[in-house]
Every structure is written in structure tokens, then in C-alpha cells.
Design a protein around this ligand. Structure first.
Ligand code: ADP
Ligand code: ASP
Ligand code: MG
Length: 466
């Protein structure tokens, strides 16, 4: 089988784990599978890179850069020694890592002096996590006696637009990847590709958004016509809810592409939201597996609707969001208000997560990511004069909750059950939205009620109360 396998940050968090991953890959390789391994950064490194870049762009403290470099040097050196046995491979890998760390240090010091951090430089800095991890993963595979080569996402052929921080692959990537990776697939080595990062047409490093290595694996899988795409994580596949919030959450053996997409759009941090798109195009099954319990089946995501009695498959929670309320009597019957709201937000790159408008038309509510709230409010305020939109108010102290499941389509009474349960739990609902696909019902509650709401809905729909 031809399989593209992605290993997330928790799967390659340190040297022992990398060695475990290399051993897993060896097993598949020896069985005759053709493999491409996509690696994330070592756990926590991307956060560290982003945090440090942001801090030093404000403080200008070169000493902080030095401390950070010392810290990640140690982490990567430790990983090399634990993941690789062969002395020659250790020295080769250290040479590559030293060079990378040297470049990174210079770039961070540059940011100290410049005092500014553009989206393009953020992508450049955050790319180091994967660029430091890939040589170690590849070295670990080689040290088990299997040929391996590593490439960056750009070298593998993932070419994106220049929307740094959330770049999209251009269509031509698919041909390019096929051209570049096919020869490697045919020569019995395990190719390691950095997840998350790519290049734009000018050859400048771009990233696919946080958790983007899922998306990288799917793009590569579609391009090389893989039989399957496997995403290795620290959880038992896709579960009925985030196990960190609902300890009773169960693994879902099989779900459809559509359900997986709804889940990832609605905050299930288990998948990057765009992961499923390339897989759908080529109808490639996606498996989500637990790196540390490889024998467990995990979740299989497939094209067809999976017959199930459960109308609701999963309950998700999106934190770090904010509610924007646009109101004003002048909005009633004023054609084009919604269009102007959406256009003004699109122009400043704000992504709208939920929308709701009452039929009185005097009020429109939107949910956006909290980090984009200020930009959103400013954009709407500057678009309208006071005659149409009276005021734009916002609330940061909210969460969005969604119940997801294709079985809701056409099944009456689900919304009644959802809101009945919330009433019983005395959870006040601030805003409601249901897409016409009827695959999810989402609503906004105050942050203090959110976990209670998720657990109550999970009990109602997935813990044997059907
Ligand atoms: P990666 O290594 O690819 O970043 P993780 O192992 O961190 O992936 O991914 C899974 C994370 O997603 C877990 O920490 C888990 O708590 C969270 N999560 C949120 N919702 C779900 C869900 N419905 N099913 C499984 N995991 C979920
Ligand atoms: N390392 C990146 C992140 O932490 C990408 C990934 O892990 O998928 O977001
Ligand atoms: Mg993740």
C-alpha cells in the first residue's frame, strides 16, 4: 500500500518518541508499504518560536534570544542522542541542526533590532520547528538501517499563495509533488517531509496555519495518489468529544468526510480544518490513529455516509472566540448591510465562524476568533456611519458549542433535545446557528457555562441515551 503518514508534535515530542515513530515506519516499510512520513515540530517548539519572536519584537532583548536558542539546542541535541544510535548519523544530523539553529538565532536577533514582525517573518521563524525535526526523524530511520531522505514542504512541491500564516496550496502543486516524490517512492526509502510549511511562488517560506501538518499530509497523499492517509496523534482517533473536556469520550470507528470537516471547522482541534479537502477530491480514506497504541484501529474517515443510529456523532467546543453584535434601527430594510459587513471583514482578513440575523433585521450577530476581534470591530465601525448601524458591541467571555452528525439531516426533534437539555442545565443560550446542511447545530454560551453544556450534551447524545 502507498501511505502518507503524518506524525504530530506529541508523536515526535522527544528522542524516545521519534525512535518509536521510526520503528513503526520500519515495520510498515518491511511489510512492503510505500511510505511518505510527514513530521511536525517537536512538541511545544512552534509555540516557543512564535512566543519568542513576538516577545523580542517588542522588548528587543537579545539575551532572551540567546536563552531560547540555548534551550531549543539542548532539546534537539537530546532528541538526536535518544533517537539515533549510529555515531556517523549523529554527527551528520548535528551538523545540519547547528546550521539551522545558527540561522534561526540570526533571524531572531534581526527581529530584536528591527522591532517588527510581519506575517512573512512569522512564517519564516515558525518554519524552524519542522526544519529542525525532519533531519532527526530521517536520521532515526536511517539508524534503523532503512534509507531515508528529508525534504521541506516547498522542496516536495507544495507551492502556496502568499497569504502568510494561512496559505493555500496552488493547484499546480499536485503535479509538482507527483513529479518530485514519485522517483523517491520507487526507490524503497522512507521520505520525510516537513509538515505545516510550504513556499510561495517566489520561493519564500509560507505556512498552512497551526496544526497544518495534517493538511500537508493530505495534500501530499492526494498528489501521489496514496491508497490511504494516516494521521498519527496522541488520542484514540476522532472521539465523541475532546477527551480533555469529556473523560467519557469514545473513539468513533468510522465517520464521513463531511462529518470530519464539520468537526474540524467547529473546533475539534484533532484535525486541521482543511485536511479533508484534498482527500475528498481523490476519495482517499483518512485514518486517525494513536501513535502510542498502534494496534488500536482509530478512526477511518471515508466518503460515504456511515450508517449509524447516532444522530449526533460528536460535541465540540470552540474557545478563544468572541461575539460581535451589530445593531441599529437603520439596518431594517436597508439592502446591502450584510454584504457590507462581510466585505469589510473580508478586506481585513477576518474569518467569520458563525452568523445569525433575526428577522427583525435590526440586529446581526457574528462570532470571530478572539485574536481578530479588535480588527473586526474597527472594520465594521469604519464601514458604517451611525445612521445604519447604531452600535457595534462585543463580548469576549463566550464559547461556541456545536453538535455534529450527518444523521441530524432531516431528523426532527434534535434541536428540541439540544435546547431542552441546556434548559435543564440552566445554560443560557446567547446565539444560535444551524447551517442548511443540517449537519451541525451550533450555539454560543457564556464561557462559565461551556464545559457544563458540552458534558450535558455528550451525556444525552452519545452515552447510551439515544
Ligand atoms: P497533533 O499531534 O496532530 O497536533 P494531537 O495529538 O495534539 O494532534 O491531537 C489531538 C488533540 O485534539 C488532543 O489533544 C485532543 O485533546 C484534541 N481533541 C479535540 N477534540 C477532539 C476529538 N473530538 N477527538 C479527539 N481529539 C480531540
Ligand atoms: N508545528 C505546527 C503547529 O504546532 C504544525 C503542526 O503541528 O501540525 O501548529
Ligand atoms: Mg495539534
Amino acid at each position: 500500500m502507498r501511505i502518507v503518514m503524518k506524525f504530530g508534535g506529541t508523536s515526535v515530542a522527544n528522542g524516545e518518541k521519534i525512535r518509536h515513530v521510526a520503528t513503526l515506519l520500519k515495520g510498515f516499510h518491511e511489510k512492503g508499504d510505500e511510505l511518505i512520513a510527514v513530521t511536525s515540530a517537536l512538541g511545544g517548539i512552534t509555540d516557543g518560536l512564535l512566543g519568542t519572536a513576538k516577545d523580542v519584537s517588542k522588548s528587543g532583548k537579545v539575551s532572551q534570544v540567546k536563552e531560547f536558542i540555548a534551550d531549543i539546542t539542548k532539546k534537539h541535541y537530546d532528541a538526536i542522542h535518544a533517537a539515533i544510535e549510529d555515531e556517523d548519523i549523529i554527527s551528520e544530523t548535528i551538523e545540519v541542526i547547528d546550521q539551522r539553529l545558527d540561522e534561526l538565532e540570526k533571524a531572531l536577533i534581526g527581529i530584536c533590532y528591527l522591532g517588527e514582525l510581519t506575517p512573512r517573518s512569522i512564517d519564516y521563524i515558525s518554519s524552524y520547528g519542522e526544519r529542525l525535526a525532519a533531519p532527526i526523524v530521517s536520521g532515526s530511520i536511517r539508524s534503523l538501517g532503512i534509507g531515508s531522505k528529508w525534504l521541506t514542504g516547498g522542496e516536495a512541491g507544495i507551492i502556496t499563495d502568499s497569504n502568510y500564516g494561512n496559505a493555500r496550496p496552488l493547484e499546480k502543486s499536485y503535479e509538482l509533488i507527483k513529479e518530485r516524490l514519485s522517483p523517491l517512492l520507487n526507490c524503497s526509502i522512507v521520505t520525510v517531509v516537513t509538515g505545516f510549511i510550504a513556499e510561495d511562488e517566489a520561493g519564500i517560506i509560507s505556512t498552512l496555519g497551526r496544526s497544518g501538518s495534517d493538511f500537508s499530509a493530505s495534500i501530499l497523499g492526494a498528489a501521489v495518489k496514496a491508497d490511504e492517509i494516516w494521521l498519527w496523534k496522541e488520542v484514540h482517533g476522532i472521539m465523541t468529544s475532546d477527551p480533555r473536556i469529556v473523560p467519557e469520550a469514545k473513539s468513533l470507528p468510522q465517520i464521513s468526510y463531511i462529518e470530519a470537516m464539520e468537526l474540524s471547522y467547529f473546533g475539534a482541534k484533532v484535525l486541521h480544518p482543511r485536511t479533508i479537502e484534498p482527500a475528498i477530491k481523490h476519495r482517499i480514506p483518512v485514518r486517525v490513529k494513536n501513535t502510542f497504541e498502534p494496534a488500536f484501529e482509530g478512526t477511518l474517515i471515508v466518503a460515504d455516509q456511515v450508517p449509524s443510529q447516532d444522530v449526533v456523532k460528536a460535541v465540540t467546543l470552540i474557545k478563544d472566540v468572541a461575539l460581535v453584535n451589530i445593531c441599529g434601527a437603520g439596518m431594517m430594510g436597508t439592502i446591502g448591510t450584510a454584504a457590507r459587513v462581510f466585505t469589510s471583514l473580508a478586506n481585513v482578513g477576518v474569518n467569520i465562524i458563525m452568523i445569525s440575523q433575526a428577522s427583525s433585521e435590526a440586529n446581526m450577530s457574528l462570532v470571530v476568533m478572539e485574536e481578530q476581534l479588535e480588527t473586526a470591530v474597527n472594520a465594521i465601525r469604519s464601514e458604517f456611519n451611525r445612521n445604519v448601524v447604531g452600535d457595534v458591541v462585543y463580548d469576549r467571555d463566550i464559547c461556541a458549542v456545536a453538535v455534529v452528525g450527518a444523521g441530524m439531516d432531516g431528523t426532527p426533534g434534535v434541536a428540541g433535545r439540544v435546547f431542552g437539555i441546556l434548559g435543564k442545565e440552566k445554560v443560557n443560550i446567547i446565539m444560535i446557528s444551524q447551517g442548511s446542511s443540517q449537519h451541525n447545530i451550533s450555539f454560543v454560551v457564556s464561557s462559565k457555562d461551556a464545559i457544563n453544556a458540552v458534558r450535558a450534551l455528550h451525556r444525552e447524545f452519545t452515552e447510551g441515551h439515544q
